[in-house]
Design a protein around this ligand. Structure first.
Ligand code: ZN
Length: 189
């Protein structure tokens, strides 16, 4: 058990490439129903992370209930710094949160995660009328929608790439960490 607890605290030993590989390996375990994170002792993990967090990865994901980030990457308490908003869009609050993850917590990899069947991307494709303030998102999602040629999967992929690029453009903290080799920044879906 001690070895497993140690996994959550090895941030400093991971290179950005190794951090990305750990996320992808975790996603493989999730896809093949071979989760290992559920075997971690949560009591010990909570004790170890009560005073300090050392997540190795940061993720910007959609609010969709089908994308529970820790589960999807087979990680547990203290391992991923997660921000979620419909359409995995970059907003000033998201940028500020992820900058904290990069500059203060020292995350090694930052991933913008799109997902299959994303309703936030689909709505502007169909020009759906939506209640309340949802349509304020359309403007930011439209570039990907327009480039997709009407293909939803492609629009979702393009949107993740677009938001990742936006993060790099809008945040000198994130851009500099990437250039300095301290951070791997990527988009996936
Ligand atoms: Zn979504």
């Amino acid at each position: 058990m001690r070895a497993r607890v140690q996994m959550a605290r090895t941030q400093n030993n991971l290179t950005p490439d190794a951090a990305l590989e750990e996320l992808l390996a975790g996603n493989q375990r999730f896809a093949s129903n071979q989760l290992t994170s559920v075997e971690h002792d949560l009591v010990i993990l909570k004790e170890h992370t009560a005073d300090k967090q050392e997540p190795f990865a940061g993720v910007l994901a959609c609010a969709d209930s089908r994308v529970p980030v820790e589960l999807v990457f087979d990680q547990t308490v203290g391992q991923i710094f997660v921000t979620r908003v419909a359409g995995n869009m970059v907003t000033p609050e998201i940028i500020a949160s992820l900058e904290y993850g990069v500059a203060v917590l020292g995350i090694k990899v930052l991933l913008v995660l799109g997902h299959t069947g994303c309703g936030a991307v689909k709505a502007p494709m169909n020009c759906d009328t939506v209640p309340g303030q949802s349509s304020v998102m359309y403007k930011q999602l439209r570039p990907a929608v327009e480039k997709s040629g009407g293909n939803l999967d492609r629009a979702i992929e393009l949107n993740a790439e677009h938001q990742a690029e936006w993060l790099r453009t809008a945040s000198t903290v994130i851009r500099d960490a990437g250039k300095g080799g301290k951070l791997s920044a990527d988009a996936g879906s």
